[in-house]
Design a protein around this ligand. Structure first.
Ligand code: BGP
Length: 465
């Protein structure tokens, strides 16, 4: 049996949902200025949650959600990343939080989910700049001063291990494309700066509200060796360490692991760190762990042994592409992501055995290209199957293996833009009627999975049929 107060809900980010890109004092973000690929959407309207939030929260409440995780648009609060604070931005998030609380939905705030004020990027490049940390502290102070007493659960940074790929997320022209060590140094400096930022958020939230809970989050996938050759097994383990656990170690333990330090020394990419920063990190570890889970990955004899950020980025890119060797035991989504529910049980166990902290699954789901039928719904049995199988494995991890997992949030419970800006990659229980460039009326329709998930929540995970 799951705990009585088990958290059921969904997760989204600001730029994938909000729209309202240039109103009520919001500044430009890196997403507003991103080049739009042909056939993809821009980020200006998203699903216009800014104007639909009451209706959407009402639908979430109807499904039975008792939690919802969203992120803060940095440039809605600090339009340029500087000292000016936009009160209308804070009003918006306070209204959203109030609406959730009235409906019995516990808000979970993630302060940063990849969108930053454009001016900050133009002036300072990316997370490797200490100016990003300073601006993040101002953002945190403004948001927590306003909402700290109302919101119980906080996360500083979405998929914090992805910050390692900052020099790719925020490319700068002065970075020569073949300067691998330069890119790596920016990456490790970004990793460290993000730890400082995360620790500051945990410190500040607790100062304002000692009863609040502050966590840390990574994206997790098990890296499976392709066979029992110890060399490949060892390689898979080391990639797992440097890809994911090296970040989680610092978030939970408060210090860098030996393996991380040795790796950074070996590649000569040690970031600059001050005593004061290390103290802040040490004194403000996460109280619980959140992770996103979508798929598992395969490591074989061809996989590079190198674990510097540049190489890990290449590895990730090739693993997500269609060209990689497939795991013969697993099916894949239309976007070639493996469908691996047992991997969720493995991930929960990996994390819990190592850190012994409560865990919340913050993102899970399957993206499918789908359309409304003549009954104005979507018969998404595949999504029901996907969640049914994942929830069964989650329950095994909790009930058989003894993992302390206190919540399950799906990614994009309402259709939203994908991370690349596609509307056709839909994750929701609720269909939003818009295309890539044709915004239509953005009306919301319940898919079949809406009713199924409602039943799951009502039975607290007992009725999965
Ligand atoms: C996670 C990100 C999300 C989200 C999700 C699904 O890594 O936190 O922002 O988009 O992946 O990815 P995609 O939208 O590419 O299917």
């Amino acid at each position: 049996m799951l705990k009585d107060n088990f958290l059921w809900g969904g997760s989204v980010s600001s730029m994938q949902t909000e729209g309202a890109w240039n109103i009520d004092g919001k500044g430009l973000s890196n997403y507003d200025m991103r080049k739009v690929k042909p056939g993809f959407s821009d980020w200006k309207m998203a699903i216009d949650f800014y104007h639909h939030y009451k209706e959407d929260i009402h639908l979430f409440a109807e499904m039975g959600f008792n939690t919802y995780r969203f992120s803060i648009s940095w440039s809605r609060i600090l339009p340029t990343g500087g000292k000016e604070v936009n009160q209308q931005g804070l009003d918006f998030y306070e209204n959203v939080v109030d609406e959730m609380l009235v409906k019995g939905i516990e808000p979970i705030i993630c302060m940063h989910h990849f969108d930053v004020p454009y001016e900050l990027v133009e002036k300072y490049g990316g997370w490797w700049s200490k100016e990003f940390v300073e601006s993040f502290k101002r953002l945190t102070t403004a948001v927590v001063d306003r909402l700290g007493k109302k919101v119980k659960y906080w996360f500083p940074i979405n998929e914090q291990n992805a910050i390692m790929f900052s020099s790719f997320m925020f490319p700068t022209t002065d970075l020569a494309s073949d300067d691998i060590q330069g890119r790596d140094k920016r990456s490790t400096q970004s990793v460290h700066n993000a730890h400082v930022a995360g620790a500051f958020l945990r410190y500040y939230v607790k100062k304002v509200n000692p009863d609040a809970q502050v966590g840390g989050m990574v994206c997790y996938s098990p890296f499976y060796p392709s066979d029992c050759n110890p060399v490949i097994i060892n390689k898979a383990k080391r990639i797992q360490e440097m890809f994911i656990l090296s970040t989680l170690d610092v978030i939970v333990d408060g210090y860098y692991s030996n393996e991380t330090m040795k790796t950074w020394q070996r590649y000569d990419i040690m970031p600059e760190m001050t005593e004061e920063e290390l103290e802040l990190i040490k004194n403000n570890p996460a109280e619980f762990i959140g992770f996103s889970y979508y798929c598992s990955r395969l490591v074989n004899e061809k996989t590079s042994e190198k674990t510097n950020p540049d190489e890990l980025m290449k590895l990730l890119t090739s693993m997500m592409s269609n060209n990689m060797e497939k795991n013969p035991y697993l099916k894949q989504s239309e976007w070639s992501w493996t469908i691996d529910e047992v991997g969720l049980r493995i991930s929960l166990n990996d994390i819990y055995r190592r850190y012994k902290k409560p865990i919340i699954i913050l993102e899970c789901g399957i993206g499918v290209d789908e359309n409304l039928n003549e009954n104005m719904t979507v018969e998404d049995d595949y999504r029901i199957d996907y969640f049914k199988n994942h929830l069964k494995e989650m329950k095994k991890a909790i009930e058989i293996d003894g993992v302390d997992c206190f919540g399950f949030l799906t990614w994009g419970p309402i259709d939203i833009l994908s991370s690349q800006g596609e509307m056709k990659k839909r994750y929701g229980f609720i269909y939003v009627d818009r295309g890539e460039t044709d915004f239509k009326d953005m009306k919301r329709y319940k898919k079949q999975s809406f009713h199924w998930f409602q039943k799951v929540i009502e039975s607290n995970g007992e009725d999965l049929e």
